[in-house]
Write a protein that binds this ligand. Structure first.
Ligand code: TRH
Length: 356
């Protein structure tokens, strides 16, 4: 089948990150023909770079405007149209669909949420005046929703086989063998400086890998130069490709992640993490975080529950760091659970099945 994915980049990298991961799964695991129409191609290309050429060449990355004219041609008419995160399709594209030789199926691919209501809305029809059938599709953790994007599954053999990405080779050589490694990818509101200062009191050594832009963020927010004891080494890396970022998560003992895609990848890496959830004005993010923690910590001991909840709401490390070993073990179990629950191939496979 031919799939057209529409990706509008609202902010940051998550919209492009999800669209790219979905496209590569549909193409390389399910043999589908995929095009992405994106309003910010450079960002999409940045995420997609570094991936095997055989994967990249099969996915057609197009600017948003390229969608206006070509659906009328029989060979170009899509079978499935994905509106990522409910983005509005270009009117000229929809007008073309109405006179295309075949009617596609439209899918509104929603945000990931662990909230219970998602199960009632997943796969439900959304009636449209134009008459083209459209359905909601919710990614999620529960059994009866759309699942997670797994591809590529980070297993030990493929991650160990991967070399240190060239762009960070020099920085990587500065890591200390006995220091614990923490990667940092969060939003500007995080109390990062205070958090690092508190971490430095633990008596252990930590190498902190700051992803693109975070060193600047630390300085701006602290309003002064960072002055931490030697037990904390800050290493700043450039933006890396999506596969390289996956590798980074697996190389660290603890990760700070955000948004949606890095949040899932940290779980699949099987490591403890802080999810810095995207802050929303109406505090809806607190409900979403609580819903996730209910599932994530369902089988955890009371001590671990208390520690994880504290960490995820930015309590200082001295409140929860003693639980890190138990949390590491829990992360491996949670990863195995996720893989088992998505053993049918997860989101991409469920989409293909749903459409069929
Ligand atoms: O970029 P994000 O913050 O996510 C977004 C926004 O919050 C957006 O509003 C929301 O619509 C969307 O999430 C769902 O974080 P996220 O989702 O983790 O996406 C980041 C992507 O960037 C992810 O695919 C990993 C990738 N990445 C790299 O490829 N290289 C890097 O160096 C880094 C730091 C990330």
């Amino acid at each position: 089948m031919r799939w057209d994915i529409f990706c509008q980049i609202v902010d940051n990298y998550g919209d492009a990150g999800i669209c790219w991961r979905l496209a590569r799964s549909l193409s390389s695991l399910h043999g589908q023909d995929v095009r992405i129409f994106c309003d910010d191609l450079p960002t999409l290309n940045l995420l997609a770079s570094g991936v095997d050429q055989s994967i990249q060449q099969r996915i057609d990355l197009q600017p948003w405007e390229a969608s206006f004219s070509n659906v009328r041609h029989p060979v170009e008419a899509p079978d499935v149209v994905i509106e990522a995160f409910g983005c509005t399709l270009p009117e000229r594209y929809v007008a073309g669909l109405l006179i295309a030789p075949k009617k596609p199926l439209m899918i509104n691919l929603e945000y990931l949420s662990a909230e219970p209501w998602v199960t009632d809305f997943h796969a439900k029809a959304s009636l449209q005046a134009h008459g083209i059938p459209k359905y909601f599709f919710f990614p999620g953790f529960q059994a009866n929703v759309g699942g997670l994007l797994l591809d590529p599954i980070p297993d030990e053999s493929n991650l160990l086989a991967m070399k240190v990405p060239q762009s960070i080779e020099a920085i990587w050589s500065a890591l200390r063998p006995n220091a614990k490694r923490i990667s940092v990818f969060c939003y500007p509101g995080a109390p990062l400086r205070k958090w690092l200062e508190n971490l430095s009191l633990s008596g252990d050594d930590f190498d902190i890998v700051l992803t693109h832009g975070h060193a600047e963020l630390l300085r701006v927010h602290a309003g002064q130069e960072i002055n931490l004891p030697q037990s904390i080494q800050l290493l700043s890396i450039p933006f890396v490709s999506q596969d390289e970022y996956d590798w980074l998560l697996a190389q660290c003992d603890f990760n700070i992640v955000r948004g949606e895609d890095s949040f899932v990848r940290a779980q699949l890496a099987g490591k403890p993490f802080i999810w810095h959830i995207y802050p929303q004005e109406d505090r809806a993010h607190q409900v979403k975080l609580a819903a996730f923690l209910d599932l994530y910590l369902e089988s955890a001991s009371q001590d671990l529950k208390t520690a994880c909840m504290a960490a995820m709401t930015w309590a200082m490390p001295d409140e929860w760091l003693k639980s890190l070993d138990a949390w590491s073990a829990h992360s491996k179990t949670w990863r195995a659970d996720l893989l088992e629950k998505n053993a049918d191939g997860g989101l991409a496979a469920r989409l293909v099945h749903f459409v069929a």
